[in-house]
Design a protein around this ligand. Structure first.
Ligand SMILES: Cc1cc2nc3c(=O)[nH]c(=O)nc-3n(C[C@H](O)[C@H](O)[C@H](O)COP(=O)(O)O)c2cc1C
Ligand SMILES: CCCCCCC(=O)C(=O)O
Length: 369
């Protein structure tokens, strides 16, 4: 693993080693994957304006998120079915986050259960990502289990009433390998990720979600969620200030700017493009996080300069898992932290508060000169 020195190295290696069904599921985006590319390109369009002579001999990457101190403003986004990447799955991922003292977010659709993850990584800062099922009793049980297991926030994903068309999964007719289970569920719900339809939309993922997720959700359902949980609620998948304002008015604690790793609607903006206007609209009222295409320390720096309090990534942790399980994710986190530390020091920032809005501009700023 020592020859893997950046996230891109981990990605290439994971592509070699993962079975096609899993690799394509993890890698792919919706449609022709224009937004998938833009999530990366948009970071490259931004330029960092460094400042010097500011005593950066020691640097402190730490910050707080929803009142909890963490070692760095980076966290692991929820990604489903992680045991396809490594037998340790979500438990290994959470252990790595615990080791680095960063946030770990567990997906509803995990192959390790809420309780297993809590037991394996008792001291990790854990958040639970919630999908709302047609069966509200089941949804409530998930929420209560997360509370009981010590999870610190509920991340309600709002961008997935049903799932985008991911052509790779359609072509592969994605199914969950038969030795794995969706560990938060029993019986049919634990194993039924198989294609039941034929033809164009015949991916097991679309079929599962179409059958079970509540596509009728509206804003008033946030009131219901607030009434049944003691945990702070974060809305994940927000891409417009209009929706961010509604969420803030409803009293949520955080807005997570995201296009779901470009897996829902192709040609939505890159998350980093959507971030500034959302920060402008509600950044003074709630914490703002972002994910989508974060692969390097410079990306973390840019997102913070544009107003994010915390930056998450999904696929890099999967590539870490695929290259050595817990140790692989630890290494990925170490790399991104080291890169971020390097950028901070080399731009005159010794704490995250020193990262100012005017330190990042679009490259067009320079063409006007
Ligand atoms: C394989 C995969 C599975 C995902 N599963 C979930 C999920 O279960 N719940 C959710 O809210 N988002 C899910 N997402 C979206 C991620 O939480 C996150 O928004 C996205 O991965 C960020 O982009 P990045 O992978 O470029 O870092 C998934 C993304 C991927 C790539
Ligand atoms: C079997 C249900 C599929 C859940 C998929 C999780 C997810 O959000 C994704 O983007 O994939």
């Amino acid at each position: 693993m020592s020859e893997l020195v950046c996230v891109s190295d981990f990605e290439k290696e994971a592509f070699q080693n993962l079975p096609k069904n899993a690799r394509d599921y993890y890698r792919s985006g919706a449609g022709l994957e224009k937004t998938l590319s833009e999530n990366r390109n948009a970071f490259s369009e931004l330029r960092i304006r460094p400042r010097f002579m500011r005593n950066v001999k020691t640097r402190d990457l730490s910050t707080t998120v929803l009142g909890t101190k963490v070692s760095a403003p980076i966290g692991i986004a929820p990604t489903a079915m992680q045991r396809m990447a490594h037998p340790g799955g979500e438990c290994a991922n959470a252990k790595a986050a615990e080791f680095h003292d960063v946030v770990f977010t567990l997906s509803t659709i995990s192959t390790s259960s809420i309780e297993e993850v809590a037991k394996t990584a008792p001291n990790a800062v854990k958040w639970f990502q919630l999908y709302i099922y047609n069966d509200r009793k089941l949804t409530l049980q998930l929420t209560k289990r997360a509370e009981k297991a010590g999870f610190k926030a509920l991340v309600l994903t709002v961008d997935a009433p049903y799932f985008g068309i991911r052509l790779a999964d359609v072509r592969n007719k994605f199914t969950l390998p038969s030795h794995l289970r969706l560990a938060n569920f029993t019986e049919e719900l634990a194993t039924s990720v198989t294609s039941t339809t034929e033809g164009y939309s015949a991916s097991g993922i679309n079929d599962y979600v179409n059958r079970l997720f509540d596509a009728s959700l509206e804003w008033h359902d946030i009131e219901w969620l607030k009434s049944v949980t003691t945990l702070p609620i974060v809305l994940k998948g927000i891409l417009t200030p209009e929706d961010a304002i509604i969420g803030a008015d409803l009293g949520v604690s955080g807005i997570w700017v995201s296009n779901h790793g470009a897996r829902q609607v192709d040609t939505t903006p890159a998350s980093i493009e959507a971030l500034p206007e959302i920060v402008k609209a509600v950044g003074h009222r709630v914490e703002i996080y972002m994910d989508g295409g974060v692969r390097e320390g410079t990306d973390v720096f840019k997102a913070l300069a544009l107003g994010a309090k915390m930056v998450f990534f999904g696929r890099p942790a999967i590539w870490g898992l695929a290259n050595g399980g817990e140790e692989g994710v630890k290494r990925v986190l170490e790399i991104i932290k080291k890169e971020f530390d390097s950028v901070m020091g080399l731009t005159g920032c010794s704490t995250v508060k020193d990262i100012q809005r005017d330190m990042v501009v679009h490259k067009n700023y320079y063409s006007k000169m």
